[in-house]
Write a protein that binds this ligand. Structure first.
Ligand SMILES: Nc1nc2c(ncn2[C@@H]2O[C@H](COP(=O)(O)OP(=O)(O)OP(=O)(O)O)[C@@H](O)[C@H]2O)c(=O)[nH]1
Ligand SMILES: [Mg+2]
Length: 299
């Protein structure tokens, strides 16, 4: 494998694992460009410079901005990243990068969820991530498994297509969403290992729960913009079903007693069914508008 055209970006905030990761990447992917996009103090920067890699002092804020800034300095035609905190195996990085270098994918990701180490990722984070990824797959018709992986790679062209987008707080999913929206839909993943953090604390988010909710919000927004029928249709059908279940109780009670004495429940059932229908109809109208806009875009 030729690694000359590959640039690997390592995001760091005082990350001790980075030194060993740099050595491993050099051994596994000789000739690739290594860029450290850093937000640490002067002492850490001095030690990174001593490793003879390209050090970019991050001007912006946050993980997504760090990667955007790092990628913009890359010379390679395949851009990749690995979280250098000791939770990923650089051998997996080489495998993920190979998928893009060999032309099998526009973007490739590592999937940590195939065989989860319970010490490395706790249950609710894994559950949240799995389901966030599932909604993403449903909206964009893609079959990946772990949309928040710290190892991914993409064609330079895919990055160029999104280089003007202002990043939002969705971690790796920001890149996945934007690259697929830009038409780079060949997105693949392969199983990788994931280990408990050996040292230091999490830098990406103070609360993983709040972070996860924010990420889920971005998917729902993208679903609204890209597959309105799916999101409004599903919400509508759920509301109608809830209304029908409550309505069935009211009718059963009426048949049993001969009097209609559950006015409250009847009203709720009626409202749920009505709002459900409105939601489905909104989905249909938005879907029609979207089709028209897409047709006009193509003209
Ligand atoms: N330059 C830069 N690096 C960042 C920033 N936020 C996070 N990182 C780095 O990005 C990588 C991923 O962040 P982590 O803190 O490991 O996030 P995480 O994997 O969700 O958390 P853990 O499970 O504790 O590892 C690490 O190498 C961080 O040092 C940032 O704002 N700027
Ligand atoms: Mg980490």
């Amino acid at each position: 494998m030729r690694w000359n055209g590959v640039s690997v970006v390592l995001p760091t905030i005082e990350e001790e694992g980075a030194f060993a990761v740099i050595d491993s990447i050099r051994a596994l992917m000789p000739g690739c460009e290594i860029i450290v996009i850093d937000k640490s103090g002067p002492e850490y920067r001095r030690r990174i410079r001593a490793k003879k890699v390209k050090l970019v002092e991050q001007q912006s804020k946050g993980y997504e901005n760090a990667l955007m800034e790092g990628f913009s300095h890359a010379k390679g035609n395949v851009l990749a990243t690995i979280d250098p905190d000791g939770t990923y195996d650089p051998e997996d990085l080489a495998k993920v990068v190979a998928l893009v270098v060999e032309g099998d994918a526009d973007m490739a990701l590592g999937n940590r969820l195939h065989n989860r180490d319970r010490k490395a990722m706790n249950g609710y984070i894994s559950f949240g991530n799995k389901n966030i990824t599932k909604i993403y797959n449903a909206v964009h018709g893609i079959g990946i498994h772990d949309a928040l992986s710290g190892i991914f790679a993409m064609k330079k062209k895919a990055f160029e297509a999104i280089s003007e987008v202002v990043p939002y707080r969705a971690g790796t999913l920001f890149f996945v969403l934007e690259v697929s929206k830009a038409g780079y839909n060949k997105i693949k993943d392969i199983p990788i290992s994931y280990y408990p953090r050996p040292s230091g604390e999490s830098k990406l988010a103070k609360s993983k729960l709040l972070y996860g909710l924010g990420v889920a919000g971005h998917i729902v927004r993208s679903a609204r913009d890209y597959s309105p029928l799916l999101i409004f249709g599903v919400i509508g059908v759920l509301l109608i079903l809830a209304g029908l279940v409550i309505g069935a109780f009211v009718i059963a009670n009426y048949l049993h007693t001969g009097t209609l004495n559950e006015i409250g429940r009847s009203l709720i059932a009626f409202m749920l069914v009505t709002v459900g229908f409105l939601s489905v109809i909104s989905g249909l109208i938005l879907d029609l508008l979207l089709q028209i806009v897409r047709k006009m875009d193509k003209l």
